[in-house]
Design a binder for this molecule. Structure first.
Ligand code: ADP
Length: 418
């Protein structure tokens, strides 16, 4: 194993093996899975993922990196990993990650000769991606960084929903077009309730190494404006620097090659800011729960809105039983709703209640008793709940964005009724 760098400072967060509560359910040794995404290619997403991973390890974290850009893997080149040696496997068939510059890494580029372009269709891409995350002998990790394929389509969505992501970092250049696409990506992650940990602006100001003058090659301050606009944190701006290109091409990322550069300092500051965001989320999410309605046993926490940095209108930070037939919901944006449990039962969209193809309702409301109530409410990942009912029904999934829409509708209905 590669030794931690000498300049490591102590990590302020609890290591992965001591925090079973917040550790990933599917990948128990991994504390936080962080996706690095961008709306389009060429903005430096992979470069940011690699340098950020190293910066986090230099702060003392145990870091894994997945080159999830299966169609154009660039991480092996950036880390200087040999692409002609297939990775070793454990006795139970899991891949042993490569180790370089203090981090563990896997990439499709290590599994096939890099000259052969991978011809993979959408569902295959998702399958390979899941393999690159789940079939790997990671050991204990504080952070698993996913360098996502560029774009905001099905692949990204599937991954966001199938792994329990702690959050996503969006990389953009200051250019308008890049920002527009990044904004769309950001909304996509918000709709599936993946917290936005922040925006990184890459290829910001270029400082001439000869005369010291600054040039904003791709414009100025776009990432900063976007974060203010959309109310998500701005993590930092990495300068346009030719050493980033040569370091990336030579297998020695700038954080390793030029430890005193402005870019490296910025990466270390971003790593610290990211850590702060993650600590905020640790206290802000309700975590997983299996709550018995009648006895209130296993009820989720009721958090304080101030503790949620994302403030998302579709993230509940509190659920409570106000009375036998009323569910109280507190949202991260501060709104509080009271939902009648029968209304919730009638809104079930499972295949038995709604015809899948046409959307035609199959449930006859007159068959649902007025005092129908949940038996138990259980969390699904960080995006939904499922409810088993006193009438024996138990298949409906209520995604948080739907629950929000439902509660808003119920409120509007109440005003009309008055
Ligand atoms: P993406 O993953 O978004 O497609 P890459 O990380 O592969 O982008 O970067 C594209 C190119 O831009 C690479 O040649 C890389 O070295 C270069 N690059 C990335 N960030 C910077 C930067 N801050 N300054 C200069 N060049 C950069």
């Amino acid at each position: 194993m590669t030794a931690m760098p000498a300049q490591s400072i102590s990590l302020t967060r609890k290591p992965a093996d001591q925090t079973a509560e917040s550790a990933n359910e599917k990948l128990p040794g991994i504390k936080d899975i962080i996706a690095v995404a961008s709306g389009k290619g060429g903005v430096g997403k992979s470069t940011v993922a690699v340098n950020l991973a190293i910066a986090l390890s230099q702060r003392g974290g145990r870091v894994g990196l997945v080159d999830a850009d299966v169609l154009g893997p660039s991480v092996p080149g950036m880390l200087g990993l040999p692409v002609d040696e297939p990775p070793a496997a454990t006795d139970d068939g899991r891949m042993v990650p490569a180790e370089r510059h203090g981090i563990r890494a896997v990439s499709m580029g290590l599994l096939r000769n890099d000259d052969n372009p991978a011809i993979l269709r959408g569902p295959m891409v998702s399958k390979y991606l899941q393999m690159l995350v789940a079939q790997v002998d990671w050991g204990q990790l504080d952070y698993l960084i996913l360098d996502l394929p560029p774009g905001t389509g099905d692949t990204q969505l599937t991954l966001a929903q199938s792994l329990r992501l702690s959050g996503v970092v969006i990389v953009t250049t200051p250019q308008d077009v890049s920002l527009k696409i990044a904004r769309r990506g950001l909304r996509m992650f918000q709709t599936v309730n993946v917290p936005i940990l922040g925006i990184i602006e890459n290829m910001s100001t270029f400082t001439c190494p000869h005369c010291g003058s600054d040039t904003d090659v791709f414009g100025k301050g776009g990432g900063d404006h976007m974060s203010a606009d959309l109310d998500v944190p701005f993590l930092g701006a990495i300068p346009l620097d030719v050493d980033i290109v040569t370091g990336g091409d030579g297998g020695r990322p700038i954080v390793i090659e030029r430890p005193k550069s402005v870019a490296t300092e910025t990466y270390l500051e971003i790593a610290e800011a990211l850590d702060t965001q993650l600590q905020g989320l640790d206290t802000a999410t309700m975590g997983s729960f299996n709550w018995t309605w009648d006895t209130d046993h296993g009820s989720p926490p009721w958090l304080d809105t101030a503790s949620n940095p994302a403030g998302s209108p579709t993230t509940p930070i509190g659920l409570a039983r106000r009375d036998q037939m009323t569910l109280s919901v507190l949202w991260a944006d501060g709104r509080q709703d009271q939902v009648n449990t029968r209304d919730l039962r009638l809104a079930c969209r499972c295949a038995a209640c709604v015809e899948e193809m046409s959307g035609r309702p199959l449930l006859d409301p007159t068959t649902i008793a007025y005092d129908v109530a949940p038996r138990s409410i259980t969390s699904i990942g960080n995006y939904a709940i499922t409810i088993t009912w006193s009438d024996g029904h138990s298949t409906g999934i209520y995604a948080f964005d739907r629950l929000r829409a439902l509660t808003e509708h119920a409120d509007a209905q109440m005003v009309e009724d008055v």
